[in-house]
Structures are given as C-alpha cells and as structure tokens.
Design a protein around this ligand. Structure first.
Ligand SMILES: NC(=O)c1ccc[n+]([C@@H]2O[C@H](COP(=O)([O-])OP(=O)(O)OC[C@H]3O[C@@H](n4cnc5c(N)ncnc54)[C@H](OP(=O)(O)O)[C@@H]3O)[C@@H](O)[C@H]2O)c1
Length: 217
C-alpha cells in the first residue's frame, strides 16, 4: 500500500490528558512547543484531525506567519464519516484548502477551497484509514501530520500506520476518568497486542519535555 509518511503530534499533561474533562481545548504547550508545531505543520503536505476535534476546538489548522515566514499552508484534512461538520467551522475558511473525507455522499459544504471525497467505511462505520491514506497519497500528500484527537490517534496507532510520534508533556495534571488522552478508542485486549515504540529523542522544551518516538512495526 502506498501511503504518506505519517507523523503524529500531540500535547499532553503529566497524567496523559489532552483536554479538559469537559473535552474543551486546553493549552498544554509552551510557546516554544507552539512554534515547533507550526514549523512541523509547515513542513508537511497535509494536517489531519478527527471531526470531534473540529466540533470541540474549532481549529483553523493553518500556519501562523508569526512563527513561519511565508507559510505554505498545508492541506487541511478532516475525517468525518457522517459529514457532521458545521458550515461555519473555521477549518472551512479560505486561509487554506480543506479536504473532508467521509463515507457518505454529502456535498453541501463543498466549494472553491473545500472538497468532499468519499471513502469506504471500516467495520465500525468510520472512514477506513488505509483507504484515506491511499487517497491522500494519490492527491500528492507524501508527508501527513496527524494532530488528534485521541480517537483518531488510537486508530492510526492500532493499525500501525504511524512513522513518527511526537508527544509534548506539559508540567501539569488534569485528572478525570473520562478526560481525553493521547490514545483513546478501545485499547488493546491482551498484552501481546501492545503497541511498542522506540525512543528517538527526549529533550526539554520550554517548561515541558518533548518526546520523539518511532513505531516498531
Ligand atoms: N492536546 C492536543 O494536542 C489535542 C489535539 C487535538 C485534539 N485534542 C482534544 O481531543 C479531543 C477530541 O478527540 P476525540 O477523541 O473526542 O475525537 P477525534 O479523534 O478528534 O475525532 C473522533 C471522530 O473521528 C471520526 N472518525 C472518522 N474516521 C475515524 C476512524 N477511522 N477511527 C476513529 N474515528 C474516526 C469519528 O466520528 P465519525 O464516525 O462521525 O466520523 C470519531 O468520533 C478534544 O477534547 C480536543 O480538545 C487535543
């Protein structure tokens, strides 16, 4: 299967949480990590999130010129099986191109900057990740940045579709049994299903720690 190089990037608290217990956005990254993330975004051909991140955070997913001179604005990709994206979502604004990958045939949000493409569904009725990656590769996406949330990251990890994983650990604790974490979804069932990683680098960044892993296939 021909697919893009997949980089996952995410910021978590010391207890592994990536948002507030209400699922609302929480700033965990330091200024230095925010700058690193914008630079990483700009190096990639596309930035991908799940629809629930769009619904909870309403991100623009663009690269700010404050951090990167003449940003190239990678393609914004939303995995949205049932086409739940609101028409006024910021990710649909004209600052960059956007691709909605869905399993349904809803073209109501398509426009000059926004394309909606159909993809097969997986056994759970979500966008099939391998199919989505093949589709992106055919569209010229050779390097893909996956930014979350926990359900989508779990999906990529579970299917072993991750090459690099960057986790920024902020010096804070959020708590909460159902607070989103880096990898949600169903998790593994048995110890022999453990998803193993290799540590490439660990460094201090601002007030926190940046960890860089590679996935052991
Ligand atoms: N700290 C950080 O770095 C960071 C970054 C991003 C987000 N977040 C936080 O993460 C939270 C949102 O994460 P989340 O886990 O609730 O949602 P999510 O991962 O953003 O989106 C999950 C949704 O994506 C859709 N989807 C499409 N294809 C899928 C597939 N193959 N597998 C799984 N899902 C698929 C599903 O809805 P359909 O079936 O309807 O398509 C699913 O409900 C928010 O609280 C946000 O603030 C934190």
């Amino acid at each position: 299967m021909k697919r893009p190089y997949v980089i996952v990037n995410c910021a978590m608290s010391a207890d592994g949480k990536i948002a507030l217990p209400t699922r609302k956005q929480l700033r965990i990254s330091s200024d230095e990590d925010i700058e690193r993330t914008y630079k990483l975004r700009n190096e990639c051909d596309a930035v991908l999130v799940g629809i629930d991140t769009v619904l909870s955070d309403d991100p623009k997913l663009t690269v700010k010129a404050k951090y990167v001179k003449n940003p190239k604005q990678p393609l914004r990709v939303v995995l949205d099986s049932k086409c739940r994206i609101p028409k006024d979502a910021l990710v649909l604004n004209k600052s960059a191109k956007t691709l909605i990958i869905t399993t349904m045939d809803h073209k109501h949000i398509a426009g000059e900057h926004v394309k909606v493409v159909g993809c097969k569904a997986d056994v759970n009725g979500h966008v099939d990740l391998e199919c989505a990656l093949e589709l992106l590769y055919r569209k010229g996406v050779k390097k893909l940045l996956v930014e979350g949330g926990g359900t989508i990251i779990w999906g990529f990890l579970e299917k072993r579709l991750v090459d690099d994983l960057y986790i920024y650990i902020g010096p804070c604790v959020v708590g909460g049994k159902t607070t989103p974490t880096v990898a949600d979804g169903l998790g593994i069932k048995r110890e022999d299903e453990l998803i193993t990683l290799k540590i490439v680098d660990v460094s201090r960044l601002g007030a926190g720690i940046l960890t860089h892993y590679k996935m052991i296939q």
